[in-house]
Design a protein around this ligand. Sequence first.
Ligand SMILES: C[S@@+](CC[C@H](N)C(=O)[O-])C[C@H]1O[C@@H](n2cnc3c(N)ncnc32)[C@H](O)[C@@H]1O
Length: 428
Amino acid sequence: MPRSHVLLLLSACAWSLHPYRVVFRDVHAAFRSEDIHSAAHDLGGRVEHVSTTSARLHLPDDAAAATLAERSVLVRYVLEEWGAGATLREAASQARIPSDGSLANGASWRVRVQAAGRRTGLVNAHDPVLFKELGGVLDELPGPVRLKDAEEDVAVLLRGETVVVGRVVARGCAAQLLSQYRVADRAYRGSTTMDATLAFVTASFARVRPGDLVLDPFCGTGGNLLAACHMSRRPGIGADADARTLLRGTANCENGSLKLDARLRKAQNMANVGGRREKKRGEPSLASDASIRRNFLDRGLDPPRLVVSDVAALDGRLDDEEYYFDGGFVPVDAVDAIVCDPPYGVRERVDVGVEGAAPWRPALFELAAKRLRAGRRLAFWVPSSQAAAPELSSEIGHELPPSLSVVAAATQALGGTRARTLLAVEKS
Ligand SMILES: C[S@@+](CC[C@H](N)C(=O)[O-])C[C@H]1O[C@@H](n2cnc3c(N)ncnc32)[C@H](O)[C@@H]1O
């Protein structure tokens, strides 16, 4: 295609995008930028700027903005942005109300404000100074004001470094998702089960989309896979070297101890664990039927297929029906995303992954290089000291096979000097 046609096409695409403003929840600030880039990317959008409290981005339409709010657990709400500035007066003077929207066509409205220095969300506006400053914008709205049950909310953000005026398009999914996925409410959970918010963030770093086949090679109780499968709406694959954790509550477990049939004994050999299942330190007491399967069914999701395997042997076992102990076997060609929280070496029974040494890394990277589809991602957590965290991207970059590269990293400070970093690696 001639260069002029490409430029025309690009500018046509740019024209069809509209400005929106994402306002973040007050959690996990370090993860916001990649989370919102991932969500916008999949919706054909473009992120212009991420600040401490919000992000300005361009999206095709309100439907995309609503999907973005459904897919990012860090979003508080999304506005159609009319204007922004250093002061309310400047933001109001910049404001352009789309002429084809419902507000321009007579919908009822009210003004909601997110106040400076307050952690609360949008509340009804009462300040006469604010109305005076907004005057010109509000004069353009032909519809009636309705403090209760207004069709549209005009929003003013006074919190953060920029004042923004716009219309509320969508509210975030966090409250609903977290009530559905809270770890404490799960029938099956363990001392290292991934926190629900961060499990969704992990899926977002891996850019899990509807219809994707997702693999978690360090599945544990399935915390990461649960969130990823909520996003993919397709049964995933969970693998773990510890059959007791993975298969708890399945037909392969009896009264909390495994029926060590020959097949399972062979599968477990790689992990070098055996004997009765003991309660791990900090592990909650669970019902005897607690299982990964039940956690998925309780949330309306199809349970995953469960493969007992050390990550080093998983590539071969993915193709071998013998190692599938729950959920049945379907041949796996390639996977669309890999999400995982590999062992930190402290609380896991399996004696691998001791901090400092990381024997799982080469095996995980080899698996990702072999099984990930081109252009798709692995998202995984790595523990370190807080001081060492900034070096992790380049350290891991040097360990990766040529087809993989680090594309994002964000660190969570833990207690003391400890930290863990979520990395996203993409296959070329
Ligand atoms: C931090 S936990 C994962 C917790 C999990 N995300 C959850 O929500 O329950 C790490 C898991 O890796 C497993 N594991 C340790 N070494 C492994 C290896 N070499 N191959 C496969 N799994 C391994 C452990 O049995 C443990 O279940």
